[in-house]
Write a new protein. Sequence first.
Length: 225
Amino acid sequence: MSVELQIRKTLRASGRVFDLDIAFASDSERIVLYGPSGSGKSLTLKAIAGLMTPDSGHIRLDGRTLFDAGQGINLRPQERNIAYLFQDYALFPHLTVAQNIAFGLARGCFNLRHPASHPAVQKWIAAFGLQAIAGSYPEQISGGQRQRVALARALASEPDILLLDEPFAALDPSLRQHMRRELAELQRELGVHMLLITHDPADADALGDAVFEVRDGRIGTRRSP
């Protein structure tokens, strides 16, 4: 799958101006945008997901145009078939693990009385080893388990690509290292394409087939293994 992006966006707030001017293309399965906080990584991710509209440029995923300012194309987020994993995981606190995963289904089954019995939910509970906590609530499980639930919910919709916003930032260092390995193994096993943003060079080393450095709203260098 190929990702082709060339966008520009000017943001103004509190007398400050930030110019985002990002362009890159890659057909790697694991793409990492690496750089310091405030460099424009999250804005780029939001543009791909359809949560932020660039001023100009285009975004294409495997040849399919998601956004093209010149042609007046701007698909809604739900039309892009993209999954977005937020930094804080954004799990619903009043829903169980199984219900959270069910919420990610394209047609939804979160109103089912017993979502854990739904075949698609069972598939992702098994894939992430969540059988023992399927009936638990987010506050009752660990940080690593919450991340696995969020990943399962994101992948339940069978997206073309998974976008991850600093996925290990909320974890302690020892768990962060473990989850890097787990995510890498899951990505290889499931064959899902992903684009990850991070400020941590260890994330880029562990998870990037193609690594693009972002600084001051622009792509600096590219590194490929």
